[in-house]
Design a protein around this ligand. Sequence first.
Ligand code: IDP
Ligand code: MG
Length: 134
Amino acid sequence: MDRTLAIIKPDATKKRIIGKIVERIEEEGFTIAEMRLARLTEDEAKGFYAVHKDKGFYGSLCEFMSSGPVVLLVLEAENAIRRWREVMGATDPAQAKPGTLRRAYGFSIERNAVHGSDARETAEWEIAYFFKKK
Ligand code: IDP
Ligand code: MG
């Protein structure tokens, strides 16, 4: 079983579509191992996205990610990382395939409704970032 970190981003919580996204997660056969509503500080967002710190969109992204509530989830499934990225679709909603969450609910390349880890090591790092066991 693989694990991945999913985030329902502030644009989606503001649109009141947490339920629709969680429904899709369950329909797709993922097991929700952890789930928590959170409000990230800008510093938490900066730490989470540190890999992008040299990109032009980093400041705006971190401001956006701390602009409202998010839902943090750990999803389990065979090939969870790859499968969740397929369900999300491409980063830019305009490029995402029909039927994907970002195509359905994304507003822009920044405000694209959901996050998913991109590899096994990053998934474990991201899960530990938010769900470190005390
Ligand atoms: P991913 O979320 O599909 O893995 P990444 O390249 O890792 O995409 O970027 C992380 C997040 O940064 C994206 O989900 C999106 O919110 C934001 N982002 C990525 N590229 C751009 C851009 O060109 N402009 C503005 N925001 C971006
Ligand atoms: Mg990424």
